[in-house]
Each structure stands twice: as C-alpha cells, then as structure tokens.
Design a protein around this ligand. Sequence first.
Ligand SMILES: [Zn+2]
Length: 272
Amino acid sequence: MRKSFAASLIAALGLVASAALANPPRDGRQRARRVVPDDGTSVSIGRATRGRLRNPALMPQTAVLRYRSGDERFRYGTDEMIAALEEAAKHVEEELPGSALTVGDISRERGGRFRPHRSHRAGRDVDIAFYMHDADENAAYPDRFVRFNRRGKSRRSSLDLTFDDARNWKLVESLLTSDQVIVQYAFVSRALKRRLLAEGRRQGASEELLERADVVLKQPRRGGRHDDHFHVRVYCDPADAPVCIDRAPFHDWHPRAIEEARVMARLDVLHR
Ligand SMILES: [Zn+2]
C-alpha cells in the first residue's frame, strides 16, 4: 500500500511539475528568448497586445469570406486563425445559404503595433462584422461596421438594417466548436449577447455550448461597447507555446485549465 501511495505521489508531483512548466514565466522577455523551429508554419510571438507574427497566413477572399475593405495589409493571422475564419464562413453558408462573412482588421504581416487597436499585434485578434440584412431580408454588406441596438435594429435609422440573429449565432457556434482555435473572448455588447444566447437556445444548441457562449461573449469593461462588430481573441496554438504568451483567464475547457484541475483533484485524493 505504502509503495502505491508513494508511486501516486510521484505521479502527482510529476503533473504539478509539468503544470508549472506550462505556466509562462512572469518575465515576457525571458520567454521570448525561447525559440520555435521554423517549419514554415505561422508563429504568434508574445502577447496579443505586445507581440508579433512570423510566417503569417493571409486571409483569402472567397465567395463566402470577404474583407470589409480591399486593403490586404491588415488581414494577416496565424494559420489556425485564418483556417477558423474560413471554416466559420463555410459553416454559416452551409446552414443558411446566401451568407458571406465580412472580416475587418486582423494583424499586419509581421504583427506589431497596429493603430488604433491596442491588441491585434500577434495574429490572434480579429474584428468581424455582424451578419445583417435589409428590410427585404436580403443580406447587406456595408463598407463600415453598423451599430445595432437591443432590438437588433441599426442605430442609424436611415440604414434600416437588422442584426441577423440566426447567422450571427451560427458564426459563434462555429468559432466555439472549432478544431483550429480556442476562443478566449468574443467581445460584443451585452444587448446583442442576450439576443445571441436566446437565438442559440431557439436553434437547440446544447447546454454546454450555451454555457461556453455565455462565458466567451462579453461586453468589455473598456475599449468600447462592441455593438458594431465582434472582436474575437483566440488562445495561443500549442505549437507556438514556447514563445506565444496567453493571459488569464483560461476557460474550463482550455487544456491548461483541464490539466490544472486534474492535478488539483489528484492532490485532493492524496490528502484524504
Ligand atoms: Zn478589434
């Protein structure tokens, strides 16, 4: 018995050690000196608010994926970010034909400072226009973001546009169930979040997905209400982990949170 206790203690300590290694050191510079071998794939380096980007992917324009404006200089992201956007655009179109996803700024080709944004520096932030339609239910694609009120109507009444609950929920659903990325935040106004959760429920989304959406959809405390676009931030890709820096929180379904929970449960058993 004693031996098996010792064995499990060692196993638990091993888990603690690996969890500690997974924790980024406080000093960002120390971490940035580590390297990821260059295999040609994208690397998000540093923090979303201070980082940069290596071997980025350029978001393509397709029948279902478009830029808000024609400027390609600001549509670089990690491979996973771009793949997730392509996937989401396809998903919404398959579920609700006649859809095209409109994307605003992602990052510059090498990342780094990107005015007027605070973040968008490491290929892991993207601004996404809402799906919307006009009075005749035709999809509308204005060149600018459009602000919507709690009734889902464009604030500027001259526009007479409606927030497309069904398509916007499908977009959220795709991003939150993506194999490519794990979404940390999708900033959006409180009123529109309420509409999205109600729509998800109406479409029969699972409780698990609705709970995740409730955590991830968020009106930021500062940096604008986000009633005219989603700002989506994704966590570092595991392959970029040595140089990519995430900030808390780590949602319950993030591998790091799962690992920590496993260690805590193990220690709890040993303490009994
Ligand atoms: Zn943004």
